[in-house]
Each structure stands twice: as structure tokens, then as C-alpha cells.
Design a binder for this molecule. Structure first.
Ligand SMILES: NC(=O)c1ccc[n+]([C@@H]2O[C@H](COP(=O)([O-])OP(=O)(O)OC[C@H]3O[C@@H](n4cnc5c(N)ncnc54)[C@H](O)[C@@H]3O)[C@@H](O)[C@H]2O)c1
Length: 343
């Protein structure tokens, strides 16, 4: 039987919006694109034979054949654009982070319920082969009690990265390095270990004065509801290039480290009577020329959207999980504000 094809629209035709198009084409049809920078919408629309819009409201009103709207605008606009698309009756795939405000996340979930539409959040690192393997270990209870976890986020984002963007580095539209650079990593703490009860944190801006309105490095101590202890050491000051994105788990029946630059390699394992073997080679990271991002797993994200909407599948990352990442980041930033007073 031929697979049902879905119709998509993209809001925000920047770096990640452009990457979405390829995967939309593999799974359905791109009917319309929208960007307030109309030149970008036109360029993308012409390439894929999609209608072009400058205004989201006009697109949502005119394009009644859409099934899914992919929200690829700056972080601070995700809530507004998602809610508009849901109210217009469409399913939504929202880029990470879900948004930068816990209350907005709650409203996005409620609007999806009201409209009886599905809300997907992009967290493509969950599909990294070593991440999937460690998740399986934990789900099969092969690690026993998890004692502690250490997350290292050592990336480089230089002046050019921020100065060439009109929203990155701003409090209102970006929100902070934990939202834009590291929300994937925080999501994995929730996904693998669980929800966080308490965070204690310090942060500062060492090397990006006049470029960003928040921290460029921070340290966090965590206590999970399960009793697990954790630390996060995050920075965008890794000299000249990304160095590491890693997560190490110390548990009753094993120690395991997912590493590489993008949580894409199984760097260490010492497990009680078990060995993770034969991991498939993952996708390469998203390369934006001037900088490198997370693993390019958007193919899997779109496969999941198709599976859910045409085959009764389960959403890989739903609105509740998207909210949890935002809530954890909010807990950390609240602590940073209390402790630093000046970030
Ligand atoms: N999943 C990932 O690995 C990944 C990677 C990169 C970016 N992202 C996320 O994707 C989003 C976009 O990031 P980017 O790097 O593509 O940024 P970008 O600046 O390259 O693109 C954003 C686009 O949105 C457009 N835009 C802004 N306001 C708009 C509005 N009101 N209506 C329509 N269009 C509007 C801008 O003109 C711009 O073209 C961010 O939320 C970011 O965190 C996710």
C-alpha cells in the first residue's frame, strides 16, 4: 500500500528551516513557506515549488491543505507561532527549545488539546545511536540504581556567530546558552535520568561582552527526584572550536560515557555482564559553515511525524517533555540570577 503523504509549511526560512525542507520532501510536500525576510522565503519557495509568504497569519488563512506546520523561527517566537498554527487547525513540529518560558509551554500544550492536534518538539539527539543504546540499558534496568551523572557541554560560539544574527544573544528571542546551544543536552538528562528537583548554579559572561545579554559559561549542581546527583559544566568558550558534548553515568551496575563533540560516540563502558556492541554509525553533525551544531537527525524526526500521523505511532518528544526541558533550564537560570545577581 502506498504511504500517505502529508502537506507541510515552514515558518522561518533560516539555517534550520532550510534543513527541514530536504526531509519534508522525502516524506511529503512542502506547500508553503514564510519568513519576515521575504527574500529568504522566496529563495526557498522557488527551490521547492512552494507558495511564499511574509506574514504567518496570511499563510495560515490561505493554505487550508496543510497538515503540519514546522516552526523554525527564533526561540522567543515559538510559542506565538505554534499557538497560531494550532488554532488554525494544523499539527505542529516545533524546533527546540519548545519556547523560553514555562507558562508559554503550558499554553502550547493546552492549545494542542483544545484543537485536537498533535504537538511535536524537535530533540533529534535522542536518536544518536549511543544515546538510544544507553536509554535501552536504563529501560532494561541493566544499570541498577543511578548514583550520579556528569554533563559536559564544551562548545565554541564566537563573536561572528552572535554579531551576524539579529536574535542570537538577546534575552527576549534567544534566552540563554542553555536554551539555544545546550537544550538538547538538558533534554537528555530528563530523558535518561529523570526530572530534576533542585539546581544550584553559577554563571558569568567572560568573553562575549557587548555581544550577548547572558552568560557564556556556567556550572550547575543538580539533585534529581530519584536521588541521583548531577553536575553540568557548560561553556561556549572552548578555544577556537567545539571540543566535547558528553554525559557520564555512574551507576550500581556500570559506568558509561557518551561523548564525542555531539554525544555521538560511546566513549567508555564498564558494565556488569554486558557490553554495548555493533552501534550503527550515526549521521554527521549539522555544519553551518561558520559553526557546527548537533547531529543531523532531522530525517528521524520527520519519520516520527509521519509514523504518528499516518500509522498510529508514538511522538518521539511530546509537549510535556519539551516543557520539562524548559522548566529545568528555568530552575537553573533562577538560581543563577539569585546567586550572581548580575546575569
Ligand atoms: N534542532 C537543531 O539542531 C537546531 C539547529 C539550529 C537551530 N535550531 C533552532 O531553530 C530555530 C531557528 O534557528 P536558526 O539558526 O535557523 O535561525 P535563523 O536566524 O537562521 O533563522 C530564523 C528565521 O526566522 C525568521 N523569522 C523571524 N521572525 C519571524 C516571523 N515573525 N515570521 C516568520 N519568520 C520569522 C528570520 O527572518 C530567519 O530567517 C531556533 O529556535 C533554534 O534554536 C535548532
Amino acid at each position: 500500500m502506498e504511504k500517505k503523504k502529508l502537506n507541510f509549511a515552514i515558518i522561518g526560512c533560516g539555517r534550520i528551516g532550510q534543513r527541514h525542507t530536504k526531509h519534508i520532501n522525502n516524506n511529503g510536500k512542502l506547500l508553503a513557506v514564510c519568513d519576515i525576510d521575504y527574500g529568504k522565503a522566496k529563495l526557498l519557495g522557488e527551490k521547492y515549488g512552494a507558495k511564499t509568504y511574509k506574514d504567518i497569519d496570511e499563510l495560515l488563512k490561505k493554505e487550508t491543505d496543510i497538515d503540519v506546520v514546522s516552526v523554525c523561527t527564533p526561540n522567543g517566537l515559538h510559542a506565538e507561532h505554534t499557538i497560531k498554527a494550532l488554532r488554525a487547525g494544523f499539527h505542529v513540529l516545533c524546533e527546540k527549545p519548545m519556547c523560553i518560558n514555562v507558562a508559554d509551554c503550558g499554553q502550547m500544550i493546552q492549545e494542542a488539546e483544545k484543537a485536537n492536534r498533535r504537538l511535536f518538539i524537535v530533540k533529534q539527539n535522542r536518536f544518536n545511536p549511543p544515546v538510544a543504546a544507553v536509554k535501552k540499558l536504563i529501560d532494561e534496568n541493566r544499570l541498577g540504581q543511578i548514583y550520579s551523572v556528569q554533563l559536559n557541554c564544551f562548545w565554541n560560539r564566537n563573536s561572528e556567530y552572535f554579531l551576524s544574527s539579529d536574535w542570537k544573544g538577546t534575552k527576549m528571542l534567544d534566552g540563554g546558552t542553555l536554551y539555544t546551544q545546550f537544550s538538547h543536552f538538558i533534554d537528555l538528562l530528563f530523558y535518561l535520568i529523570g526530572d530534576i528537583k533542585k539546581a544550584y548554579a553559577f554563571a558569568d559572561n567572560f568573553n562575549h561582552h557587548g555581544e550577548i545579554e547572558f552568560e557564556d559559561a556556567g556550572v550547575v549542581a543538580l539533585k534529581f527526584y530519584s536521588g541521583t546527583l548531577g553536575t553540568i559544566n557548560f561553556t561556549i568558550n572552548s578555544f577556537a572550536k567545539n571540543m566535547e558534548g558528553s554525559l557520564t553515568i555512574f551507576a550500581e551496575k556500570g559506568t558509561v560515557k557518551i561523548g564525542g563533540q555531539y554525544l555521538n560516540e560511546l566513549e567508555y563502558q564498564s558494565l556488569d555482564g554486558f557490553k554495548i556492541e555493533g552501534l550503527p554509525k550515526g549521521n554527521p553533525p549539522n555544519n553551518y559553515g561558520q559553526y557546527v551544531g548537533s547531529m543531523s537527525n532531522h530525517d528521524k524526526v520527520y519519520e516520527n511525524v509521519m509514523d504518528v500521523l499516518t500509522n498510529g505511532g508514538v511522538i518521539a518528544t511530546n509537549g510535556f517533555e519539551g516543557l520539562k526541558t524548559v522548566e529545568i533550564i528555568d530552575k537553573i537560570y533562577t538560581q543563577i540570577k539569585n546567586n550572581n545577581g548580575d546575569t
